[in-house]
Design a protein around this ligand. Structure first.
Ligand SMILES: [Zn+2]
Length: 368
């Protein structure tokens, strides 16, 4: 009996490993589930790449049905990656040495996952699945974009025109670090190395020097950045003992507004640069129910033209701030977006050595 090919995706969040499986040739048969990450199982301990990769494989096997074969898998890893230069055989596929998730630094998740596949499926079957890696903000952007517009794009007479009308969309993941990806005319602005907005320079306001000393970014201690002032890691350093659950439940409006202000500074700069039609923000920072509103208020204030009474006339989308800045709705967008990218790679790119979907990504973003 011929086996049904399936493709899989795994997203490594700080608290959960999220995984998904679907048929390789259609979006039918989508299954999604999650298991606790190594970090959540042992609070206070660091992330553990090998353990989380193993959790992903166990989860994927659990979602697969009798008679199904794993054709390809995409691992949606913490970034940035070491290089996007495929001819760099030494470093291609490795996580960057400055990755925020320290235990993934300079490791090669593709090689490690191959080892696990060989253990689980044996020498012959374990070699078959193609393994890709992808970046978290990029996968989330694709997943959310397809959630918002997938049906319209599928049924459009003229998809190119529709994509132009939809306009650019900025997707932000504000979590342990802060990343973003821009989709413009249906295609990501970057494929693999999405926008590293976490290291954007932002202006500290009302901070005392001791706080700024404590919050220095290891990559560039000389200037404050968004990650160093307003990521979930920054929250933990600012207010020792404040963990995610405390931040999520916090009613300290002054503190929350300060964090939101820094995120809004980055959003204002990106808006002035790329003029998105919409911004979608996700990640655990916006799990606090006040945050999205605060960020929206600061953003409008920062972009308001005080010489003219109306909101910056060059940015008509800002006239409706609730529509312009929205919160990510689907927590599984990252793992679903990864599957979508993977399906496209398999159809559009026959280069099996292409572990990232960088090239295929440039060929458009249409659902299968
Ligand atoms: Zn930085």
């Amino acid at each position: 009996m011929t086996k049904q090919n399936v493709i899989a995706s795994a997203y490594f969040a700080s608290d959960d490993v999220i995984f998904a499986v679907r048929n390789d040739e259609s979006s039918k048969g989508l299954r999604v589930d999650r298991l606790a990450s190594a970090e959540r199982k042992r609070p206070g301990h660091q992330a553990n790449m090998e353990e989380d990769l193993n959790t992903a494989l166990v989860g994927i096997q659990r979602l697969m049905k009798e008679g199904e074969a794993l054709k390809a898998v995409v691992l949606i890893c913490p970034g940035p990656f070491m290089t996007i230069n495929k001819s760099d055989l030494e470093d291609y596929g490795k996580i960057g040495r400055n990755a925020e998730v320290k235990n993934w630094r300079q490791k090669n998740p593709k090689e490690a996952f191959r080892g696990l596949l060989l253990q689980a499926f044996g020498d012959e079957e374990g070699r078959k699945p193609v393994i890709y890696i992808y970046n978290q903000a990029g996968a989330t952007a694709v997943g959310e974009y397809m959630r918002l517009y997938g049906d319209q794009i599928r049924h459009a007479d003229s998809p190119g025109k529709l994509l132009k009308n939809i306009g650019s969309h900025l997707f932000v993941v504000a979590d342990a670090s802060i990343d973003a990806a821009l989709i413009t005319d249906g295609e990501p602005y970057h494929g693999l190395s999405t926008m590293n907005v976490g290291h954007h320079a932002v202006l500290p306001v009302g901070e005392n020097p001791a706080t700024l000393d404590n919050l220095q970014c290891a990559a560039h201690p000389g200037r404050p950045c968004l990650n160093s002032l307003a990521s979930l890691n920054a929250v933990k350093r600012r207010w020792p003992g404040t963990h995610y659950e405390d931040f999520k439940a916090s009613d300290d409006l002054e503190k929350l507004s300060l964090i939101a202000f820094y995120i809004a500074q980055m959003l204002a700069n990106v808006t002035l640069t790329t003029t998105p039609a919409k911004i979608i923000i996700g990640g655990r920072i916006v799990d606090n129910p006040h945050m999205t509103n605060f960020i929206r208020e600061h953003l409008v204030r920062l972009l308001q033209d005080h010489e003219w009474p109306e909101i910056y006339p060059g940015y008509p989308d800002l006239q409706t701030p609730d529509d312009f800045l929205q919160q990510q709705e689907d927590r599984d967008s990252g793992v679903k977006g990864g599957l979508h990218v993977l399906a496209r790679v398999l159809v559009k790119d026959n280069n099996k050595d292409n572990i990232a979907s960088f090239d295929a990504y440039k060929k458009g973003l249409f659902p299968l």
